[in-house]
Design a protein around this ligand. Sequence first.
Ligand code: CMP
Length: 139
Amino acid sequence: MTERTFSIIKPDATRRNLTGKVNAVIEDAGLRIVAQRRIQMTEAQAKKFYEVHAERPFYGELVEFMTSAPVVVQVLEGDNAVARYREVMGATNPAQAADGTIRKLYAESVGENSVHGSDSLENAKIEIAQFFTDADIVG
Ligand code: CMP
C-alpha cells in the first residue's frame, strides 16, 4: 500500500554536508521525497516533536541537539513507506545498524544518529502535520 512517512535529516548530518548522500540512499531504496524543507528547529518545536520522550533522561540533550544546527524535514512516499524507511535508516544505535543503512553509513552515536523516521502510520500523519500542510506535499 502506498504510504507517506515523515523524515528528519538531523544536525549531525547537515553539519557534515550529508543531505545529498542521505537523500541518495532514500531514493535508491525506492522512496520518493514528495516534500522537503531545511529549517532551524526552535526549542518549542523540538520539545513538542519529542514530547513522548519527555520523561526520558536524554530528553534535554535530544532537544538541545535537534536545535543545534539546521535540519531537513521531509515527507517520503512509497510502498509501505513507514516500514521501508525504518529498514533504510537501520537500528537507532548505529553500532547495531545493518550494512548499507543510513545509520550504519553515517550516524555517529545513538543520540546523533543522522535521521528520524516515523514509527507508525498514525504517528507519521501527526508528525507530517507538525511541519507541512497538504499544499506543501506534491506527490
Ligand atoms: P529518533 O528516531 O529521532 O527518536 C528518538 C530519539 O532519541 C532517537 O532517534 C535518538 O536520537 C534519541 N535517543 C534514543 N536513545 C537515546 C539515548 N540513550 N541517548 C541519547 N539519545 C537517545
